[in-house]
Design a protein around this ligand. Structure first.
Ligand SMILES: Nc1ncnc2c1ncn2[C@@H]1O[C@H](COP(=O)(O)OP(=O)(O)O)[C@@H](O)[C@H]1O
Ligand SMILES: [Mg+2]
Length: 391
């Protein structure tokens, strides 16, 4: 574009009136086209120069945030923006010459709460900062959809849980019923009731009541909403802390610990208490899977905008047909298992915006892979290259 103008300027003295007219018309329509593109975007875009004066604002900017009425030129960007919080954020970011991605703001507009995501990036040309771009995205819809999805998901898991409870309480209730009938028979019979037999029946009833109680307690634990409190944490430090805590138990079980924690990982948003509990559940399962001892490998590494935490054991492994059941509430293959450990792990990881998957080889071992998102706030330079610019 600039090349084209430079060439046209050189030829200008030789051009006649009609040609100059056509040239200006071309330029104007080109410019208009750019404006049309920017104005038809759903996101608000405000461009400021190095002195922070607004040089351009698209139509969506006026729609998504309250802005000063009238002409935007000759206004500082934080004076143009009428929302106090956003204006203060923009001013602080620009004065400190920072870039910020996806900072969220809640806005009250006519009784409706809207969530906006704001990003500020420097406008770079020829390797030099020429100003800044503010992008404002209305993410209320997206958030609403996410919340609805989460609700639907938790409702679905609640149904599974309820079905699980119904199934679980059937056996103890049946057993209690039988033993009560036996006692009734003994008491109603013509013979002197056998005290010892009745005592035996009562003992069984007591045990079954304990079992019922445990089922209910576990159920409550599983359905209770988690009070998650995310704070910036060093994942390696949290992992090391937990490993230190379980080390004596590993040693006793003859399990060697193999740590491969990548240094300089970015900090993550973690709820330390819940996250440690989740890790502990995975480690405890690994210990149970290696009754003859073995190796527990714990590795962390960064992969793109995720951090990956991997826990592998070389224990008994999980048969393929139960692999997709292990996160289900009450699923256990242990005589005294609760089947709730991995349900909690799944819940905690989801609350962190992460994911968990498992691969297993029967007789060889099991690997749990947990991925966690890295909070986005890194510098992003948006480079604006003209066709004749060498950057
Ligand atoms: N590391 C592992 N190796 C082999 N099996 C495992 C491992 N982790 C979990 N499992 C299987 O998943 C089931 C469910 O685990 P969990 O939810 O923690 O409940 P629990 O430990 O009470 O059985 C276990 O009973 C076991 O069969
Ligand atoms: Mg367990």
């Amino acid at each position: 574009m600039r090349k084209f103008i430079a060439r046209a300027l050189k030829k200008l003295p030789k051009l006649d009136k009609a040609q100059i007219h056509a040239l200006i018309y071309d330029l104007a329509s080109e410019n208009e086209q750019l404006e049309v593109v920017l104005n038809s975007m759903g996101d608000g875009v405000v461009v400021a120069d190095v002195e922070h004066y607004v040089v351009f604002a698209n139509k969506a900017a006026e729609r998504v945030v309250p802005v000063a009425a009238g002409d935007w030129s000759e206004r500082l960007i934080w004076e143009y923006l009428q929302d106090e919080d956003i204006a203060a954020f923009v001013r602080e970011t620009l004065v400190n010459q920072e870039s910020v991605m996806d900072r969220e703001f809640t806005l009250d507009s006519g009784g409706l709460t809207r969530i906006l995501s704001c990003s500020i990036m420097p406008l770079v040309r020829n390797g030099e900062i020429q100003g800044s771009i503010l992008r404002i995205e209305d993410i209320s819809e997206k958030r609403g959809r996410e919340a609805r999805l989460r609700r639907a998901e938790s409702l679905a898991s609640l149904t599974t849980l309820a079905a699980g409870v119904a199934h679980e309480i059937k056996n103890p209730l049946g057993s209690i019923g039988i033993h009560i009938q036996l006692i009734q028979k003994a008491l109603n019979g013509s013979d002197e009731p056998d005290r010892e037999a009745i005592e035996g029946n009562l003992n069984v009833i007591n045990e079954e009541i304990d079992r019922l109680n445990k089922i209910v307690v576990d159920f409550l634990f599983a359905v209770r909403p988690m009070d998650i409190n995310l704070e910036e944490r060093d994942l390696n430090a949290v992992v090391s802390d937990l490993l230190e805590f379980v080390e004596p138990e590993l040693e006793q079980a003859g399990i060697r610990l193999d740590r491969a924690l990548e240094s300089d990982l970015p900090t993550l948003k973690l709820d330390e208490k819940h996250f440690k509990q989740a890790l502990l559940n995975v480690v405890k399962n690994a210990i149970a899977a290696m009754p003859e001892g073995g190796t527990l490998r714990v590795a962390t590494r960064q992969s793109g905008d995720l951090v990956v935490l991997r826990l592998s054991d070389n224990g008994v492994g999980i048969p393929e047909d139960v692999l997709d059941k292990i996160f289900e509430p009450y699923f256990t293959t242990k005589d005294f298992g609760s089947g709730i450990g991995l349900t909690l792990v799944y819940k905690v990881i989801k609350e962190h915006g992460g994911d968990i998957s498992v691969i297993s080889d029967e007789g060889k071992g099991t690997t749990f892979t947990i991925t966690l998102p890295i909070p986005q706030k890194e510098q992003h330079l948006l480079s604006w290259k003209g066709e004749d610019d060498e950057v």
